[in-house]
Write a protein of this length. Structure first.
Length: 268
């Protein structure tokens, strides 16, 4: 099911004694007593989600502008993209792939006069409406010797308190980075076409030449990858010993990644 984190500090109805979050209309998954009190609500089932969740290597929610800079959002309608990276399973000969859903959440404006506490107890009314649809399934076009080892988000490291309020002015150069058993780090981006289709592809860097890619080759077997942001990442790899490589592409203007430093794990 699709879940959302609600920030109770910014909710004007938080202090109302008549509000029952445990009523039949709202399914509270968990409460979070932190510096920013909040709760997790289960809103709706995700449509067409029969992929193998047990083999999920990554699940992440991107704001609409990360994938579609033409997204038409309003104050009462927010669009998100849920991305699940599924790792290949040798038992059923499945390929590693990216599943993506579009999620549209609509709700009344904050100053809407029709909002009242009675809405929470009226079975025919529900303030939040969630629509989801699967928009893409993309199998990594890789050989069998390039098994997925690790994947990380390169954009959209958003905390629960900022997820609903992010305002990204333009799409990032790439969304995901993956480490593979062939020793190569690859970068992936997604385009939304006017035909309302979504196309995942390997990022070719700022050259815009699809024949040229931005692949990063490590000197050993990649173990894990972690992105600071789109221009800097760390890769743990094994080459006689476990090492951590720090790579950046800012010094090249985004044309290729350079190794900034190698840290032997025994020095950490």
């Amino acid at each position: 099911s699709y879940q959302v984190v609600g920030d109770l500090e910014s909710n004007s109805i938080r202090s109302s004694p008549s509000m029952d979050l445990n009523g039949p209309r709202i399914n509270v998954v968990s409460n979070q007593s932190t510096a920013r009190p909040s709760c997790v609500l289960s809103l709706a089932e995700l449509s067409d989600s029969k992929c193998i969740w047990t083999d999920a290597e990554l699940i992440h929610i991107f704001p609409a502008n990360a994938i579609d800079d033409r997204s038409e959002q309003t104050s009462s309608c927010k669009i998100y993209y849920l991305v699940l990276v599924e790792k290949s399973n040798k038992d059923n000969n499945s390929q590693s792939c990216i599943h993506m859903w579009k999620i549209i959440i609509t709700y009344p404006d904050d100053d809407c006069e029709s909002i009242s506490m009675n809405n929470f107890n009226n079975d025919s009314e529900w303030l939040v409406q969630v629509q989801s649809s699967k928009v893409s399934t993309y199998a990594f076009p890789l050989d069998s010797n390039a098994e997925l080892q690790s994947v990380d988000v390169a954009f959209g490291h958003l905390s629960s308190s900022t997820l609903c309020y992010s305002d990204v002015s333009s799409s990032p150069p790439y969304l995901l980075s993956t480490a593979h058993s062939d020793g190569i780090i690859r970068f992936w981006t997604c385009k939304h076409h006017s035909s309302n289709t979504y196309e995942w592809s390997e990022w070719c860097g700022i050259t815009l030449d699809e024949q040229i890619n931005s692949r990063l080759k490590t000197s050993g077997q990649p173990l894990a990858i972690s992105n600071a942001y789109c221009g800097r990442l760390a890769v743990a790899f094994y080459d006689k010993q476990i090492q951590i490589g720090i790579y950046e592409c800012e010094s090249t203007g985004g044309t290729s990644f350079n190794c900034e430093t190698i840290i032997p794990i025994n020095e950490v």
